[in-house]
Design a protein around this ligand. Structure first.
Ligand code: SF4
Length: 328
């Protein structure tokens, strides 16, 4: 039996950007995540990764393709199944400052999911469960009566995690969950998420805009550019042998703690902005910023294909640039 909890197949999502023009935010994206594992989804702002997270958990309706959560086709479910999915799939948002209702106590923010899904028997049991959740995320029961503004950024993100955990989900989308935090706090939140994964068997889609922190939490990493996956591999492989020019550029942008190496290394810096694509597009999505772009790249879109076992990339010149052998 397959151990995949989530399977995304050829997912498509577009948005109207005025005067009948469509912006394709996700263009036939496919990936899967095994139960208890983490897929890191990485790419610069505007590449569509948040749209993927939101479409996977049904906050957006898909325009094409499928999201399978175990046996359920997420975008073709009954009302009862949709309600069940709000319990089984949760999301932790980017900004702990704006994602918590400032007028609600932390206890009530965490208790909301318990109320919606009727997950307690009596007031006392509700409070005990809230205290338990606060302690699971490194806070304490005294925090239940306080308001979000009384907490630091890291503490607020812990509240966001407790809120997600309240309904005992199997799968959580962490949407830039650490981006708004200081680096030292980022590490604490990553460690907390990893401990919770071990304890509760959680499966994560971990969305981030750079490759600096995702390594620690991800089993596999998918790199995204303008609505398309351009590379996908097991985490260590992606860091030690990146194949796609965009991934190589992202990795070069990650600072290292060694100042001498930092000074000496040759950076493949990403230049130019992410070009916005409206309407029809042809050729490689990365062609406008790629120093290796050839005529073919402007005309024909490269498919995401398996270059080495379990290592996929979408580039016409991968073998030539990396000396890898073509498998198919
Ligand atoms: Fe660069 Fe061409 Fe490869 Fe795209 S297909 S990444 S433009 S070399």
């Amino acid at each position: 039996m397959s151990n995949e909890l989530l399977v995304v197949r050829d997912l498509e999502k577009s948005f109207q950007v005025g005067r009948g023009v469509e912006f394709k935010a996700i263009d036939k994206v496919s990936f899967s995540i095994a139960r208890g594992k983490t897929l890191g989804l990485v790419g610069e702002s505007g590449c569509g990764k948040t749209t993927i997270g939101r479409t996977v958990v049904r906050l957006y309706q898909a325009d094409g393709g499928q999201v399978l959560f175990q046996d359920m086709d997420v975008h073709r479910v009954t009302r009862k199944q949709a309600h069940e999915l709000t319990k089984r799939m949760q999301m932790i948002f980017q900004d702990p400052y704006s994602s918590l209702n400032p007028r609600m106590t932390v206890g009530d923010i965490i208790g909301e999911g318990l109320d919606i899904h009727k997950l307690y028997n009596g007031r006392k049991a509700r409070n005990e469960r809230i205290y338990e959740l606060l302690e699971m995320v490194g806070l304490n029961r005294e925090h239940a009566g306080r308001f979000p503004h009384e907490f630091s950024g890291g503490q607020r993100q812990r509240v966001g995690i407790a809120r997600a955990l309240a309904v005992e989900p199997e799968f959580i989308v962490c949407d830039e969950a650490i981006s708004a935090l200081d680096v030292s706090i980022q590490a604490q939140i990553i460690n907390l998420l990893m401990d919770l994964q071990d304890e509760l068997g959680l499966t994560y889609l971990f969305i981030a805009h750079d490759l600096s922190m995702v390594r620690h939490i991800s089993d596999d990493i998918a790199v995204m550019y303008l609505g398309n996956l351009v590379e996908k591999a097991e985490t260590d492989t992606l860091y030690t042998k990146p194949l796609h020019p965009y991934t190589q550029g992202l990795l070069e942008a990650v600072p290292t703690p060694d100042p001498i190496y930092e000074k000496q290394r040759e950076k493949i810096l990403l230049t130019g902005d992410v070009k916005s694509f409206k309407g029809e597009r042809k050729g490689c999505v990365f062609a406008s910023r790629c120093k290796y772009a050839a005529d073919l790249c402007q005309e024909v879109k490269p498919e995401l294909r398996e270059i080495e076992p379990a290592h996929f990339a979408a580039c016409h010149r991968i073998e030539e640039l990396n000396g890898a052998s073509r498998r198919r």
